[in-house]
Structure formats: structure tokens, C-alpha cells
Design a protein around this ligand. Structure first.
Ligand code: PEP
Length: 248
């Protein structure tokens, strides 16, 4: 996958009718030159994989259980996501941390399980508004990066996403200096943890990325792309973000 990546997180949105959006995305970007990952609800992964076929769009899950199988009602394993056609999985999203109490230790175990199933991991980190106001942003992000990454992670199967919790779905976006500061800190952590290969790990920004702010965000140092929620649900808006990334 190219270093520049536009990833879409559909969250708990979309049914069979939404597969038309994938058809439109494939038609709009037959040869994108940037990485495109769509993470639909798990119920759509298999059907979406059939629609995507050989087109250059990767599919991902939005979380996975740490176990390969077992008595975990309502959960899904990394191996099941892979079996359905996923090559990626989002882990550590703040909605999972908040709604499901997923701690750094849980996310570490999920990351190990995902890698064991051959999935690439999109690992989300980011501070709450209260943590930013308290001047704790870099401490929080450092703790999350160090706590969620296994020692033996393959850097080529890792994508980082900086997602300030207060920017997700709110229309609020950090300024360029704030994004550059955190992305620079994540890059330094990756280099110290993974050596030179840490310099090649894509670092995406996520939080209210829209067609009208994407180009500005992609021009910020150490921003390799975006993890997009609301604006990824429609091919028309996600396509404009992909186009902005292609020009960055
Ligand atoms: C997200 O949930 O990962 C996200 C970035 O959402 P939105 O783009 O809607 O803020």
C-alpha cells in the first residue's frame, strides 16, 4: 500500500444499499496512486469484497476481539475479519475505548491477534478535550502508542492515526501547529520504538476531515493521509478527499 492513505471509517452506518457507494468510488478512482481503505460494518465486509474484486481498495474491520474464537457473544475475531475479506482493522478508536472500555492493554492484545491473522493495523490514539486543556496531550498519546504497540510489530503492517477525541464528529479541527506537534511526536516515538522502519509508518490525521479542509490538513508536516468518518460515507465527498491527497 502507498504511504499516502485515505481510510474511511463507516462506523455503525450502512446496509446493502450503501454498496452503491463502493461502486461509485471504484469508478471515480480506477488507479488512485494513494492507498484507499474502507472499514464498513462487519456485516458488509464480505459483500463489499465481492464488489471490490481486483480494484485497488482495501477493506478493514473496525475492531476485533483478542481471541481467535470462543464464548464472546457479539464479538468478532481478527481471523473472521480476514476470512470475510478484510486486510486491515482499526484498533483503539476512541469510540471503542469509551463505549466498550477498551484499555491500552486490551488494544495491545487485539493488535497481536490482528497481526496473527495477517491483518494490517490502523492504530488510533488521541486526547480528550479535558486532557488537552490540562496540557496532557503528548503524555496521553505517548502512553497510548507505547502501551498498544507490541514489541514485534511489523512496521510495514502498521498505520497510525492521530484522532483527537474532541475533533471526531464535531466539526472542530486542531490548528496546523497542534497537528504537526502531535504527528512529530508520534514519528519520534515510532523511530525510537521501531528504528529506521518507524520512519516509513504512515501517520494519518482523523477528526472532522471534510472536502473543504482536506488539502490544508494534508499540507501539514508528517501528515500522510486521513482517517475519515462522516465524509467517508458518500463516494462524492470521500472522493474529493482522495483527490486532495493525490495532489498533496
Ligand atoms: C472517526 O470516527 O474516525 C472520524 C474521524 O470521524 P469524523 O471524520 O466524522 O470526525
Amino acid at each position: 500500500m502507498p504511504r499516502k492513505i485515505a481510510a474511511g471509517n463507516w462506523k455503525m452506518h450502512g446496509d446493502g444499499a450503501a454498496l452503491a457507494e463502493i461502486d461509485a468510488l471504484i469508478a471515480a478512482h480506477p488507479d488512485p496512486g494513494v492507498g484507499i481503505v474502507i472499514c464498513p460494518p462487519a456485516t458488509l465486509i464480505h459483500r463489499m469484497a465481492e464488489r471490490v474484486g481486483n480494484a485497488p481498495i482495501a477493506l478493514g474491520g473496525q475492531s476485533c476481539h483478542a481471541a481467535r474464537s470462543g464464548a464472546h457473544t457479539g464479538d468478532i475475531s481478527a481471523a473472521m475479519l480476514a476470512d470475510a475479506g478484510a486486510s486491515h482493522v482499526i484498533l483503539g478508536h476512541s469510540e471503542r475505548r469509551i463505549d466498550h472500555g477498551e484499555t491500552d492493554a486490551v488494544i495491545l492484545a487485539q493488535t497481536q491477534s490482528a497481526r496473527g491473522a495477517g491483518l494490517s493495523v490502523i492504530l488510533c490514539v488521541g486526547e480528550t478535550a479535558a486532557q488537552r486543556d490540562a496540557g496532557m496531550t503528548l503524555d496521553v498519546v505517548t502512553r497510548q502508542v507505547m502501551g498498544c504497540l507490541p514489541d514485534d510489530i511489523d512496521p510495514s503492517a502498521l498505520i497510525m492515526a492521530y484522532e483527537p477525541v474532541w475533533a471526531i464528529g464535531t466539526g472542530r479541527v486542531p490548528d496546523g501547529d497542534q497537528i504537526a506537534q502531535v504527528h512529530g511526536a508520534i514519528r519520534a516515538l515510532l523511530l525510537s520504538r521501531l528504528g529506521l522502519a518507524g520512519g516509513q509508518v504512515p501517520i494519518l490525521y482523523g477528526g472532522s476531515v471534510k472536502p473543504d479542509n482536506a488539502a490544508t490538513i494534508f499540507a501539514i508536516a508528517d501528515v500522510d493521509g486521513a482517517l475519515v468518518g462522516g465524509a467517508a460515507l458518500k463516494a462524492a465527498s470521500f472522493s474529493q478527499i482522495i483527490t486532495a491527497l493525490q495532489s498533496a
